[in-house]
Design a protein around this ligand. Structure first.
Ligand code: TYD
Length: 238
């Protein structure tokens, strides 16, 4: 933690309305590691955030995720779009809305921007169709804050390639989307960057080409004041 951020942070109130934060980025961007680190940090400071993910944030979603990401499965692009949407509808209705209604901080590893980037730009479905399907599945629920973890396609490819060779235990292996070609991932990345440009208030861009702890500092610089401003964290400067 940097000197500027060396602060005494504690839970301020459980009665504030919920806050919805999403982590997005191309495969290998390191967002899942950062989500875990942020979750640990918040918990250690009295903010019991709910960490979740798409696909796979519900019991049904876990099964949909396994089918969707199985590298051996042949999934038609329309089926893919609809199953991601089905996973999201279940997640929104059964997990996200109830938690937010209960005043929780909810942090999701991916959400609707992933459909705009992967199925819209990556697969080539028209923006109007993507926007209709997203709206149907989310019922208009938008994140209050999105962190977009960005790095070059070359570095992303390096990192995801290490997954198969580096982790033979199968804990992290390359999935059906990881093994798409570089131009697919380049379209996905461009779409994410367009979203960040279009919605600078909501979407904060984070360069993840550096070390993990450097990226973690950047995450905290953004998330801590945000949660404070919404009453989830109190802070005394030392
Ligand atoms: P992720 O959980 O980030 O995978 P990893 O285990 O590599 O961290 O995401 C799984 C994949 O699902 C990822 O390649 C992106 C893809 N995806 C979509 O294509 N559309 C979507 O709407 C979502 C939520 C994910």
């Amino acid at each position: 933690m940097s000197t500027r951020l060396r602060r005494d942070i504690r839970l301020h109130s459980c009665t504030v309305p919920g806050t919805f934060i999403t982590f997005e980025g191309i495969d290998g961007s390191g967002k899942s590691t950062q989500l875990r680190l942020l979750g640990n940090f918040l918990r250690a400071n009295g903010c019991d955030a709910l960490l979740t993910r798409e696909p796979g944030g519900t019991a049904l979603g876990v099964r949909l995720r396994a089918a969707l990401l199985d590298a051996m499965e042949e999934v038609d692009p329309l089926t893919e779009l609809l199953v991601f949407a089905a996973d999201r509808a279940q997640h929104v209705r059964r997990v996200l809305r109830p938690a937010l209604k209960g005043g929780k901080v909810v942090i999701s590893d991916r959400y609707a921007d992933a459909t705009v980037a992967y199925q819209g730009a990556g697969r080539g479905f028209p923006p109007e169709l993507i926007s209709q399907i997203v709206h149907l599945a989310t019922e208009g629920l938008k994140p209050d804050l999105t962190l977009l973890f960005d790095l070059s396609i070359a570095e992303s490819t390096n990192r995801t390639a290490r997954r198969t060779t580096g982790r033979s235990s199968g804990k992290i292996s390359r999935d059906r989307l990881d093994i798409e070609k570089a131009d697919f991932h380049a379209r996905v990345r461009d779409a994410y960057l367009q979203i960040a440009l279009a919605e600078p208030e909501r979407v904060k861009l984070i360069d993840t080409s550096g070390p993990v702890d450097h990226t973690q500092e950047r995450v905290k610089e953004i998330v801590i004041p945000f949660l404070q401003s919404r009453g989830h964290l109190a802070m005394n400067y030392v």
